[in-house]
Design a protein around this ligand. Structure first.
Ligand code: ADP
Ligand code: MG
Length: 270
């Protein structure tokens, strides 16, 4: 197994708030890891530090054997760690095709400091094949602001993946997606990333999604990782059950009840 990410003794404080404490994680190539934890547990802070959006207070982060502490997000992306945000970062007034075209142009210009003309035939071919892989080709010419939420999420994650990163970190890929849609959405994303052999870490509140797609779980609680274990083991861990699943179970039930009329979980086969 090849280690791609090594995080040692990572800390982050915001005044009196300890958002990350003694974070130690080793990630191997091709792992699919779920990051779980109640609101405010420190999940996004962790992703922000690894991707350069937040400067850790102390600690050490190595990517592919190289110290990346303190590097700006752009440099970290260029090295091979990409990410998506909880809220899709698409250009809402542009078409799906143009959004992806811009994402490619930015990636391909990295290091040259200059954007080449936006359109060229090779790039367009890459965009179209990417659109197919993320199953949004039928929306190719639609303006991003008009897209259904699920399609907007797919576009956003497709854009984060254009650089074919070694590691992709996703912040709540299924947030705002209905119970009916979320598995279909995750099937598309995870299949595309599997083809690219991408190492994936994603933040997720829905334990059904965690169970289905990840092989390892990092459970956060009050800035600390309270469990790092294979999924089946993590989901029956007493700390995880008390501090993560208990709260999340109620949260998802409430959201499901508020979000739709007949959204009872477990009725899928009825
Ligand atoms: N920019 C910030 N300034 C101050 N406090 C922050 C900031 N970002 C996060 N925090 C605090 O750090 C803790 C962890 O937050 P976060 O990583 O966003 O949690 P999660 O993603 O698990 O919901 C919370 O107490 C949050 O209020
Ligand atoms: Mg968060």
């Amino acid at each position: 197994m090849t280690v791609v990410l090594e995080v040692r003794d990572l800390q982050k404080t915001f005044g009196a708030v300890v958002a990350a404490k003694d974070i130690n994680v080793t990630v191997n190539e091709h792992e699919i890891i779920g990051i779980i934890g109640a609101n405010g547990a420190g999940k996004t802070t962790f992703v922000n530090m690894v991707t350069g959006y937040l400067k850790p207070t102390s600690g050490h982060i190595e990517f592919a054997g190289r110290n990346i502490m303190g590097l700006p997000p752009r440099d970290i992306t260029n090295l091979g760690i990409s990410r998506s945000f909880q809220v899709p970062q698409v250009f809402t007034s542009e078409s799906v095709f143009d959004n992806l075209q811009m994402a490619y142009a930015i990636t391909e210009a990295s290091g040259m400091g200059l954007l080449s003309p936006l359109y060229n035939d090779e790039r367009a071919a890459r965009v179209d094949s990417h659109l197919k892989r993320y199953q949004i080709a039928e929306y190719r010419n639609a303006t991003a602001s008009t897209l259904p939420q699920g399609v907007r999420k797919l576009l956003d994650i497709a854009m984060a993946a254009v650089s074919n990163p070694t590691i992709l970190m996703l912040d709540e890929p299924t947030s705002g997606i209905s119970v009916e849609e979320k598995f279909g959405l995750m099937d598309i994303i995870m299949e595309a990333l599997r083809q690219d052999e991408t190492t994936v870490l994603f933040i997720e509140h829905d334990m059904e999604i965690v169970e289905r797609y990840v092989s390892r779980v990092l459970a956060f609680y009050q800035g600390e990782i309270i469990c790092d274990a294979p999924t089946a083991e993590a989901l029956v861990d007493s700390g995880v059950r008390e501090f993560v699943i208990g709260e999340e179970y109620h949260r998802t039930r409430t959201e499901a009840a508020n979000g739709q009329s007949n959204g009872q979980e477990g009725d899928d086969n009825a």
